[in-house]
Ligand binder design. Structure first.
Ligand SMILES: Cc1cc2nc3c(=O)[nH]c(=O)nc-3n(C[C@H](O)[C@H](O)[C@H](O)COP(=O)(O)OP(=O)(O)OC[C@H]3O[C@@H](n4cnc5c(N)ncnc54)[C@H](O)[C@@H]3O)c2cc1C
Length: 420
């Protein structure tokens, strides 16, 4: 190492929502014991447009935030700032029909409540979610932020790992967290292989105004080209996540406003009236990227770097927040015991906790995508039968609502709203 090198206990590469929340958790629960750094190739202000003028400038991107993800934001003291922008989901309708079907039969209906008066998920736009997170990140005392530069190289030593940025700066750390998304550089430098599948679909996202109140109802229409989700936002707006075949999604986004919204209304739920455009439209390529291991030599992967999943169940970020909640719990405990935070024992514990859930979620969404994104008559009958069966079995419905709320399985303490 050269004389100018800096030493950190933990370095997070990637300041997307998952890496940012992880860094805030380390600051809050181990700040006095840890020196940590965050490396992000963009600027934090770029990652949150809200910050620029302190008003919502919708990018069209929104998330279904599970109750357990809400709990972690609450423990960090951030939820109060964002709750007025979050729409509780009171009810979910699921339908499965052709595009030109004269009506959209509801096969399955869920109440969104996990307990009396308590919902399992919220819809929130990117900007009001991101702004308090990035403001808190800037103010975190234990954290040094290196923005506008990216990780280029990694060298392993017996008791630390050396990271080098594209601007020549280098660090050493006991633990490197790869939160750098689907194309993770940390993952490739750690020589962790992936399982990938290109869905040849794009997700179109756009915010619309509704002609009728949504009363907190979310709708998922399974259409032959892919799911079309209507996610309620405060003020009788909705965020649409509309999956289309790759070329068609680009064609749709290139339409005039008038033609685009008439395509939207062709797919819309009659119960929610008609939609008018309330923001820009964007489309994102959809693929499955699953790391074969969530850990390497003094390296852990979290969020999309570990498991980039199909957005049909709105779980990608929620899974990533669950990763960081589990990781912080393991690392804080390891540090309190005086053990090596980048050692195999700690990393294996994280992997055992998170890998099964990450892999099962990715495969479940992959299976659902294959089952629902087609117009095969036999599969349609099978889907209808399955959805009606779930509709008639309250314990199964309850399981799915709790799953969406992130409350099944071994839930990390932070996601139960508990401090470490
Ligand atoms: C259409 C669509 C709808 C979705 N809806 C939902 C939803 O409703 N609910 C939900 O939970 N999830 C949803 N998701 C998934 C969710 O958006 C992702 O799972 C989540 O944003 C991943 O966050 P991340 O921080 O892991 O990765 P990213 O957001 O990809 O962040 C990675 C960061 O790392 C930085 N970076 C990359 N390489 C380097 C490098 N070498 N050096 C430094 N920095 C680097 C990048 O600039 C970036 O800021 C949706 C996804 C799509 C496409």
């Amino acid at each position: 190492m050269s004389e100018t090198d800096q030493r950190f206990d933990v370095v997070t590469v990637g300041g997307g929502l998952v890496g940012a929340v992880g860094a805030l958790c380390f600051d809050k629960f181990a700040g006095s014991q840890f020196r940590q750094a965050l490396i992000e190739r963009r600027s934090l202000e770029d990652l949150s447009d809200f910050e620029k003028n302190n008003e919502i400038k919708s990018s069209g991107r929104a998330y279904a935030l599970s109750e357990s993800s809400r709990a972690i934001l609450d423990v960090l003291g951030l939820w109060d700032e964002m709750k007025d922008f979050a729409q509780p989901i009171q009810e979910v309708d699921i339908s499965d029909s052709d595009l030109d079907s004269p009506f959209r039969p509801i096969f399955l209906n869920f109440s969104g409540e996990i307990a009396l008066g308590k919902v399992g998920a919220y819809i929130i736009e990117h900007e009001p979610l991101a702004a308090p997170i990035y403001r808190a990140l800037r103010a975190a005392p234990s954290l040094e932020i290196f923005e506008g530069s990216q990780l280029e190289a990694m060298k392993h030593h017996a008791s630390y790992v050396e990271l080098e940025l594209d601007n020549g700066v280098s660090f050493s750390t006991f633990l490197c967290i790869g939160a750098d998304g689907r194309g993770s550089k940390v993952r490739s430098l750690a020589e962790i292989k992936t399982i990938t599948s290109d869905y040849e679909q794009d997700g179109i996202v756009v915010t619309v105004d509704l002609s009728q109140p949504h009363n907190g109802k979310a709708v998922q229409h399974f259409l032959p080209s892919g799911p079309f989700a209507i996610l309620p936002l405060p003020g009788d707006k909705a965020s649409l996540v509309w999956t289309e075949r790759r070329g068609k999604a680009a064609d749709m986004c290139a339409l005039s406003d008038e033609d685009f919204i008439s395509e939207v209304n062709l797919r819309f739920s009659p119960k929610l009236g008609t939609a008018t455009l309330a923001g820009p439209r964007k489309h994102f390529p959809l693929s499955l990227v699953l790391a074969r291991s969530f850990i390497g030599d003094r390296v852990v992967l979290v969020g999309d770097a570990a498991h980039g999943v199909h957005p049909l169940a709105g779980q990608g970020m929620n899974l990533g927040l669950r990763d960081v909640a589990a990781l912080v719990e393991v690392i804080v405990e390891t540090k309190r015991l005086g053990l090596d935070i980048g050692g195999n024992v700690a990393l294996e514990r994280y992997q055992q906790w998170r890998r099964f859930d990450g892999v099962m979620s990715a495969l479940a969404m992959d299976g659902m995508k294959r089952l629902f994104s087609n117009d095969n008559d036999f599969l349609r009958e099978l889907r209808g039968f399955g959805l009606r069966l779930v509709d008639r079995l309250p314990p199964l419905k309850e399981f799915f609502v709790k799953e969406a709320a992130g409350m099944n399985g071994d839930v990390p303490l932070l996601m139960q709203g508990k401090k470490l």
